[in-house]
Design a protein around this ligand. Structure first.
Ligand SMILES: NC(=O)c1ccc[n+]([C@@H]2O[C@H](COP(=O)([O-])OP(=O)(O)OC[C@H]3O[C@@H](n4cnc5c(N)ncnc54)[C@H](O)[C@@H]3O)[C@@H](O)[C@H]2O)c1
Length: 248
């Protein structure tokens, strides 16, 4: 899909990968980007950056775990001129204490944001894209943490593996409806989420890994998302953005 002139909806757009992708899409000529998050000041900053890059940023403060609000968001966004590209990207880590000491309430939150909300948002997008009859592109944020067992945050790993299989399972929608659903699997990326691994600091289990790898920048993930949008052949697939080892 040629991004120029397109309309986009991005969740988790107030920071990190969502913000970088919004700005990258604006630079690619996207016309209108609906920016979704629970962090209003962060969204307003992203909207300013998107505006500076030539697109109209629309701030929508919505908790993606609020089912009725999510439905209203999608129906409203499609009613106002349609949406061509959806990037379901909001996500959280469990944070301390590491699994299996994670409180159950936090595990429920991780599942609700990272998994259930992605299932629902993708479902809304597919339904509305089908009704509009113009096809579309949906990208869901998984993680390299969803590809391999990961005891320190097993619930997170499980949600990201689930997002991956859901996105892959939607692959045949390209043939039937012109809707391409894919996933992106970032490696360790320099965003505010890393400081939340240990509460308000980097977790002890992550420190040694950070010594060994080259950290990715959010712009690296944005470039992978743009690749998935622009390649009209990919559907039901995923792209892994891997960290290089420092000694490689
Ligand atoms: N940074 C990494 O190393 C890394 C690696 C792999 C995958 N990811 C995934 O990338 C995605 C983006 O994360 P990031 O690294 O940019 O982190 P981030 O913390 O900078 O951004 C996540 C955003 O999601 C928002 N969010 C959280 N709960 C929400 C809710 N209920 N409703 C709406 N918005 C909500 C936050 O406010 C935040 O702005 C996440 O799904 C994350 O799991 C990140």
């Amino acid at each position: 899909m040629n991004i120029s002139g397109r309309t986009v909806l991005i969740s988790g757009a107030a920071a990190g990968i969502g913000r970088a992708t919004a700005v990258a899409l604006a630079r690619k000529g996207a016309a209108r980007i609906v920016l979704v998050d629970i962090d209003r000041p962060g969204l307003e900053q992203t909207a300013r950056l998107v505006g500076g890059a030539g697109a109209k940023g629309v701030v929508q403060v919505v908790d993606v775990t609020d089912g009725p609000a999510l439905q209203t968001l999608f129906e409203g966004a499609f009613a106002e001129g349609g949406i061509d590209i959806v990037f379901n990207n909001a996500g959280i880590l469990s944070g301390p204490p590491a699994f299996p000491d994670t409180p159950l309430a936090r595990i429920r939150q991780v599942v609700a944001i990272n998994f259930t909300a992605v299932i629902e948002a993708t479902w809304h997008a597919i339904r509305l894209m089908k009704a509009a009859g113009k096809g579309g592109v949906i990208i869901n944020t998984s993680s390299t943490g969803g590809l391999n067992p990961y005891l320190s945050d097993a619930p997170y790993a499980a949600t990201k593996a689930g997002v991956l299989m859901y996105s892959r399972s939607c692959g045949p929608l390209k043939e039937s409806d012109g809707i391409r659903v894919n996933a992106v699997c970032p490696g360790v990326t320099n965003t505010p989420i890393l400081a939340k691994t240990g509460g308000d600091r980097v977790a002890e289990w992550l420190e040694p890994l950070l010594q060994q790898i080259e950290i990715l920048q959010p712009e690296d993930i944005a470039a992978a998302v743009i690749g998935l949008i622009e390649d009209d052949d990919v559907s039901g697939e995923y792209v892994v953005v891997q960290n290089q080892r420092k000694d490689a």
